[in-house]
Design a protein around this ligand. Structure first.
Ligand code: SF4
Length: 324
């Protein structure tokens, strides 16, 4: 088996919490608290969970939008969490992002030609303006937009078309990994499906790895290879798509999946409503972080943190009930 493209080892990101009369440090937000996973070349790993679980923070840490608190991020065998400016420039070509909101992630004053030309120039991927124009036209074709639309500005496109421009901009750098941070969440249902199909086609064509960050499990079910479920800064279950949707093991995964509509007519999943709110990441619960909401909680859960363990081949679960 070849080495993974991306390895995240025990990643932690804590943000300082400031308050009081003088704005001093009063605590810390445990946004990500010991997360480990791998993404293979050409694979889609979906990172799912409720809002505030830390999934977008993981994506932003991989993009090196801030320094991490602890852990390692390894791209193709090389640590990228401690790179200097030169190493970062090269890493930024290899790891690109598509954000949720195509309305705000594209500069409204720039024409599409310039939006796409910027990364091509910045990363020195062409030598002449003729090559640059040809590459911009090629990118438009790849994301199935008309070539002559390059002279238009973002507001002249629909939401789905704008997201295609965002994807073209990510592809312009010839990346190996794209972090899709809620990349289809702001789109209408039919447009979502088109963008997901496009991402899958591009993945096949260019061998891209995708880290697909989403709270929308109905979309994830149709497009991912593996799923990692996050709760309050930790991964509670990781498994191949079919396995996790057919037989989720962690009580939190079961609750999340119970709300996902089943495609077969007449079929349904047994609804499982969780009580209470997600606890604050400033002061997460001791033991299992899910214990304040878990319907199966028992004494050990309040005292001892469960570790991720392999329970069935590639299915890993952090729950004391799956320990044996
Ligand atoms: Fe529930 Fe306990 Fe398992 Fe946590 S460890 S998910 S509280 S049963």
């Amino acid at each position: 088996m070849s080495a993974p493209l991306l390895q995240v080892n025990d990643l932690k990101k804590h943000f300082p919490l400031r308050g009081g009369l003088f704005g001093g440090r009063t605590g810390k937000v445990h946004a990500v608290d010991g997360v480990s996973f791998e993404v293979a070349r050409g694979e889609t790993l979906s990172l799912v969970g409720e809002s505030g679980c830390g999934k977008s923070t993981v994506g932003r840490a991989i993009l090196r939008l801030f320094d991490i608190t602890a852990g390692q991020i390894v791209l193709d065998g090389q640590r990228i969490d401690d790179l200097g400016p030169r190493g970062l420039q090269n890493m930024r070509r290899r790891v690109q992002v598509v954000f949720q909101d195509p309305f705000s992630s594209l500069n409204p004053r720039m024409r599409v030609r310039d939006i796409l030309a910027e990364p091509i120039r910045n990363f020195g991927l062409v030598k002449t303006s003729v090559e640059l124009d040809a590459r911009v036209a090629e990118l438009m074709e790849i994301v199935r937009l008309p070539r002559d639309a390059v002279s238009r500005r973002p507001h002249e496109f629909s939401g789905g078309q704008r997201q295609r421009i965002g994807i073209a901009r990510a592809l312009a750098a010839k990346p190996e990994l794209i972090v899709c941070d809620e990349a289809v969440s702001a789109l209408d249902v039919s447009v979502k499906a088109q963008i997901v199909n496009l991402l899958q086609d591009l993945q096949r064509e260019f061998g891209l790895a995708l880290l697909f960050i989403s709270h929308d499990l109905a979309i994830v079910e149709h497009m991912t290879h593996r799923v990692a479920v996050m709760y309050l800064g930790k991964i509670v279950e990781v498994a191949p798509r079919r396995q996790i949707f057919a037989m989720p093991k962690h009580p939190y995964t079961k609750a999340l999946l119970s709300a996902v509509p089943v495609p077969e007519p007449g079929a349904s999943r047994k609804p499982m409503i969780l009580k209470g709110d997600v606890p604050s990441p400033v002061n997460p619960p001791r033991g299992c972080r899910f214990h304040t909401r878990c319907p199966l909680v028992f004494d050990r859960c309040r005292a001892e943190e469960p570790q991720l363990r392999s329970v069935a081949g590639d299915q890993w679960v952090a729950c004391h009930l799956e320990a044996n």
